[in-house]
Structure formats: C-alpha cells, structure tokens
Design a protein around this ligand. Structure first.
Ligand code: LLP
Length: 436
C-alpha cells in the first residue's frame, strides 16, 4: 500500500489529511503510518518464509525507537536488535520478550552487560577480544553464562555512503575474519561465555545484493570451519541494511534478498536472525513542516521552514535526498521553481534540499519531507533550544500522538545551577524589585 497519497487535493496519511494533524499537533511533526509499518514487516517475514528461511526478525530499534513503533512490530512477533542499555529498556518496556533481544554494538560497558545478562537476553553480538573477556568476567561475577555470537568483519565493500559502511577491514566494526578462529577458541577457555553463533552487518542503505552475497558466503564458510572444529554453533545473524527508495534508487526486492540469505545458509542447520531497521520504517514516515518565509535572494529562492537540521539531520550529515512534496496538491499546470528548502538554524548546513524543483510555495504552506520514518526523530537534538518534535501514528481514519512535543519548560528545566550561581539567582528577584 502507499501510506501517503493525495485525496481531494490534499496529502493524506492513510485516511487522515495531514493538514488536520498539523492543525491539531502543530508543526514540525513526524507522521507514521501503522499500515505501512505492519505491511513492511509482513512482507519481510513472508519473503523469508517463502525462501525456506527459519528466521527471527529482530527489528533494529536505532532506526525508530518510539515504543508505539516497537510495540507494533512486537505484536507481529518481532524481536529487537538493541545497541545500548537505553534501547534494551525501551524494547522491554514496549513488550519485546527478552528471549528475542540481540545486543549489538562495539562498546558495551560492563554495566550494560550486567543489565542485559540479568534480563536474560537471547544473544550478545561481540565485536572484539577485549569485549569478550569483559563479558565473561561480568557473567562469571553474576553466576551466569552469556550466549555469544561473534560479529565478523568480512572485509566486503557495501558500496553505500562511507558514514554508514561497516564491513571493510578499516571500519571499527567486528572481528577480523582471520582472527575469528582464535577468538572462537578463546570462548572455550572463558567460563562466562558460550559461543552460539556468528553475526555480520556490512552497512546500511544497501541497494545491491552482491555485497550481501559475498559477506554471507564468507560468513557461512567460517561457520562451517568453526563447526568442524567442534564449536557448538547454532545461529547466524545476517544484520540489517536493506535499502529503500528515497529517490530513484532501485533497492532489490525483499524476496530477492531473502533468496540470497537462503542460498548462503542452506544446509548449515543454523537458526537465522535478521536485523532490519530502515527497510521496515523508512518509507512509513514523513516529517511535516510549514513554510515560514519565502525569501528571494539575488541568485536563489529560499523556503525557510519551521523544521531544521536538529529535527532531521540526514540531508546535511549524509547528503541524503528526501523527496519534498506540498501538502496541497499543485495544479497540473503549475510552473516549476527551484528552491533551497532550509531551516531557521544559524548554520549554512541547516538545509533539507538545494535547488529543488517544486511548484510555487508561499509562507504558510505545509510541505512533507518523505521517507523520514528511519533515522529521523531518533537522531534529533535540541540544538538552538528547539524542543524535540512530536510523533504521530496514523491508523486508518485515526491518529494518535505517540510522543507529545517537548515543552520549553521541560527542556530548560533539565539544567541545574551550581550552588554559587543558584544563590545569585535567589537574590536576583530582590534586585529586580529594587531591593538588597
Ligand atoms: N544491525 C546493526 C549491527 C547495525 O549497525 C544497523 C545499523 C542495523 C542492524 C540496521 O540497519 P538498517 O537495516 O537500518 O540499514 N543513521 C544512518 C544509518 C545508520 C545505520 C547504523 N547501523 C542513516 O540515517 O542513514
């Protein structure tokens, strides 16, 4: 289904006009479609099943960790891929069973390990020998044994943006392929860990299956070799990374991806884990923002909107393209103008698009930044003391605010004054009143 479409001249999310959400909640606001979330999950699960892959889908929370989103997937049977104690707590709060949670990430602290061990999670994806030793020590102290998958760096080029490419030897991620047998051997000596599998994740927004094929084949070969050495392997975690269409990319259909997983893992007898993030949420969300001013400079026209780089950082951080569409359907014969769509923050990097061809825009117009369901609100900050923007989930004709707009008072009250300044503050009202 297409969750966002024009109906009666207005852009809708499912059956709800976006203008109605803007009126009720204000802008900027993230809007997600429940139908699109569920649809993407079911298609992913069905593709794996059709390819004969027995898999647990551990949704990568980092893409969008609103509890309503996590709970939507949990209700479909999803597990979770988490990379911090905070994400682990969120997954649990949203109802994901601990036994379906995988803890990834290069820098887990002993405190985070202890919390995850006591929770009884499914698996730790371990990325280095020092991390393995630390995990064993923490587990031993607690009288527990940590189920471990070694994350392997297969030295494969994912051919994606350099900031989201993770599978080359020069990246910080994973255990070098050649060092893996030695680290696996160390698992036998360490009393607090049990080696149960291998994991890989070569990058995000992959639009080509060839790097996957190469990485999965290397992983499967290593799995066979380690199993032959007597390691009790039973799981393979294939990571995430399947791309979506932001513009004119043609990411492989999920069915083709599932066949690559199936072919690479055939005959291993391993239980498969997949960690999709963006693929499940990216195109299920948009950022709704309003034009505040249209400013015509000598060489360019700028549309200054109320959203900014702190709300959606992808354009400036990754040169990412997000489609931009007006909420009021343009007339069929509307002329095309080129605009820079920019936010109000005092940095030239605060832009959403440059020289973008669009129908004529005016102050007050609502516009939507598409494909913003993944790595949008989760990467937001309060730079310039701009409160975190709200999130809304639409289902059929209803919508619900799944995170209210942060209030100025809440945001500002996070700071504490040290005593020497707090005392000053106490006297200041008197001063203001002309006393003391
Ligand atoms: N598993 C691991 C170990 C990961 O590091 C990631 C993403 C995923 C799964 C999920 O990947 P996905 O299916 O979403 O591609 N902020 C960037 C993307 C960073 C991805 C980091 N790791 C962006 O906005 O493009």
């Amino acid at each position: 289904m297409t969750p966002f479409h024009y109906q009666d001249g207005e852009l809708h999310a499912e059956q709800v006009p976006l203008a109605r959400i803007a009126k009720a909640v204000g802008t900027p606001v993230y809007v997600y479609s429940a139908g699109a979330l569920v649809g993407a999950y079911r298609r992913f699960a069905a593709a794996l099943a059709a390819a004969g892959v027995e898999a647990t889908i551990c949704y990568a929370l980092k893409a969008n960790s609103n509890q309503a989103v996590i709970a939507t997937f949990a209700a479909e049977g999803a597990g979770a891929d988490v990379v911090s104690e905070g994400e682990l707590r969120r997954a649990l709060a949203a109802g994901v069973p601990a036994q379906k949670i995988v803890f990834a990430g290069v820098g887990k602290t002993p405190e985070e390990m202890a919390f995850a061990l006591e929770t009884g999670i499914h698996q730790f994806n371990v990325e280095s020998l020092p991390e393995l030793e630390a995990l064993s020590a923490v587990a031993q102290r607690l009288g527990l044994v940590a189920p471990v998958a070694l994350r392997i760096n297969p030295d494969v080029d994912a051919k994606t943006h350099e900031k989201i490419s993770t599978g080359k030897a020069e990246n910080k991620f994973g255990i070098n392929y050649d060092q893996a047998p030695a680290v696996a051997a160390r698992c036998r000596e360490l009393p607090g860990v049990k080696l149960v599998g291998l994991a890989v994740h070569i990058g995000s927004q992959l639009t080509d299956l060839a790097p996957y094929r190469a990485a999965f084949e290397r992983l499967a070969a290593l799995y066979r070799a380690l199993a032959a050495e007597g390691h009790p392997l039973e799981r393979l975690d294939m990571g995430g990374g399947l791309g979506i269409a932001y513009r004119d990319e043609q990411p492989p259909p999920v069915e083709a991806y599932a066949r690559v997983v199936a072919e690479a893992t055939r005959g291993l007898g391993a239980r498969i884990i997949c960690e999709p993030g963006r693929h499940l949420v990216g195109n299920a969300g948009l950022l709704l923002t309003r034009a505040v001013y249209v400013k015509r400079g000598s060489s360019r026209a700028f549309v200054i909107v109320d959203g900014a780089m702190n709300d959606l950082i992808r354009p400036t951080l990754y040169e990412a393209w997000h489609d931009i569409v007006p909420v009021a359907a343009p007339a069929g014969d509307a002329p095309v103008e080129r605009y820079d769509i920019v936010g109000p923050i005092c940095e030239s990097g605060d832009f959403f698009a440059k020289q973008r061809p669009l129908p004529p825009l005016a102050a007050g117009d609502l516009i939507a930044l598409c494909s913003a369901g993944a790595y949008g609100s989760v990467m937001a900050s309060t730079y310039n003391t701009r409160p975190l923007v709200p999130e809304v989930l639409v289902k059929d004709r209803d919508f619900f605010v799944i995170r209210p707009r942060q209030e100025y008072a809440t945001l500002i009250a996070l700071d504490r004054l040290p005593p020497w300044l707090a005392e000053e503050e106490q006297v200041s009202p008197k001063r203001a009143a002309g006393g003391g």
